[in-house]
Design a protein around this ligand. Structure first.
Ligand SMILES: [Fe+2]
Length: 416
């Protein structure tokens, strides 16, 4: 103790032959405070700039060094029975050890977590917790641990140091571990919040994929051509969206909307959808209703993107000649303008029961001629770039056996 106090600045203690006990006490207290502040500053400086795993690793190594103990660990509480903890970082005395999970029962950590307050065992740890084989194997003799508490006051983990020699109760040690437990608790709470957010995002993603998959299966049962068409359109539309530089989130919405954009065709009898020969006005108008029917089905689903609006607008054209509402220019969602380009290119390059594929050249000619009047110029340019660079539809374009296919072109049905 005297050595440490002198190192901390109480030199008077050595040089004054005779000193009043009151002054000596003050000098020692002053030195210890200086030592505590210095230790606190050292750890703070070494851990301030790091977060996450790096923070916990840095914390345990510097804490063990500053508190002059061999071991230090920080662990999170695992909320599933039986009660257990998982280390976030573990300092073994010379290096960082592997993280591990352990049952809390019969350990000093259990006392910290269940009691929700600091625990100090200055000596005799092996005898007190003889069932804790890990501690026994490490030769742990003493322990100081404190809970990590979140902003709601719940214990979410613990920070502890332990040593293979006696660890006397000292206020500077308690102060330092208390302060850094608060910092570690805040960091752990942040990590847990991030984890919870990632979990809900993943759940949402799975839910959306489930809904989209169910709708696709429904369409596929009634009309395999439409199903394959939607998948190929989704791939091209996604590539166009990425090429234009849309944010990833928006591209994701475009992709999902494209996968089900012709959903409303389940309302149209297959005999009309696949009718060989020219459609009469009634049949044509019935097919044109599919975008609005798709909207009516999707509008009640609370997607994170405007999927129903993208779907209802995918046959709108920038000059107002589209349907169902004759929207003009940027009144049409960008996603729908992209979808329109991908839709027409795929439709013209695929076989249909009532016609053969028109070919890629005809499809590119169509969007070039319609650039700026029917189709969004940026979407057209991005699509042309992609095709020039070698983009090809990589899903089989004709899901139905060959044959039974009427020859001849029906230009008015490219983009239904
Ligand atoms: Fe359509």
């Amino acid at each position: 103790m005297a050595q440490r106090v002198v190192r901390g600045g109480a030199q008077d203690y050595l040089f004054k032959g005779r000193i009043e006990s009151r002054l000596l006490g003050r000098s020692i207290r002053y030195a210890m405070e200086r030592q505590t502040v210095k230790t606190f500053r050292d750890i703070f400086e070494r851990t301030a700039a790091v977060i996450g795993d790096d923070f916990f690793r840095s914390l345990v190594s510097h804490l063990a060094s500053a508190l002059r103990v061999r071991y230090a660990l920080v662990a999170r509480f695992v909320d599933r029975p039986p009660p257990r903890a998982r280390t976030l970082a573990f300092w073994t005395g010379q290096e960082h050890g592997e993280n591990f999970e352990y049952l809390l029962a019969g350990t000093p950590c259990e006392q910290v977590v269940s009691g929700g307050e600091r625990r100090h065992y200055p000596e005799g740890l092996k005898e007190l917790f003889c069932e804790d084989t890990k501690l026994v194997n490490l030769g742990a003799e003493s322990f100081l641990g404190t809970p990590l508490i979140n902003s709601q006051g719940h214990v979410i983990g613990h920070l502890c140091v332990f040593d293979d020699k006696v660890m006397y109760a000292e206020s500077w040690r308690n102060s330092i571990i208390k302060i850094f437990a608060a910092r570690a608790g805040a960091e752990l709470e942040r990590l847990l919040a991030e984890e919870a957010l990632r979990w809900s995002e993943e759940k949402l993603r799975q839910m959306v994929q489930g809904i989209i998959g169910a709708i696709m299966s429904m369409v596929e049962v009634g009309d395999p051509y439409t199903s394959g068409h939607q998948k190929r359109v989704a791939l091209l539309a996604t590539a166009i969206g990425q090429r234009i530089g849309l944010p990833e989130e928006q591209v994701q919405g475009l992709h999902y909307a494209a996968l089900i954009h012709d959903l409303g065709k389940i309302y149209v009898p297959a005999q009309i959808l696949n009718k060989p020969g020219r459609l009469n006005d009634i049949e044509f108008n019935l097919i044109k209703m599919h975008s609005k029917v798709g909207y009516d089905i999707l509008k009640t689903v609370d997607f994170p993107w405007p999927v129903a609006d993208i779907v209802v607008q995918h046959h709108e054209r920038v000059d107002g000649s589209g349907y169902p509402n004759g929207l003009i220019g940027t009144d049409i969602l960008l996603e729908s303008r992209i979808l329109a380009v991908a839709d027409v290119v795929e439709a013209m390059t695929s076989h249909r029961p009532y016609r053969q594929a028109l070919g890629l050249d005809r499809a590119l000619q169509e969007i070039q001629q319609g650039r700026g009047n029917l189709y969004d110029p940026k979407a057209v340019d991005a699509c042309l770039e992609l095709i020039r660079e070698g983009y090809r539809f990589d899903i089989v374009a004709d899901p139905i056996r060959k044959g039974n296919r009427r020859k001849g072109l029906q230009l008015n049905r490219w983009t239904l």
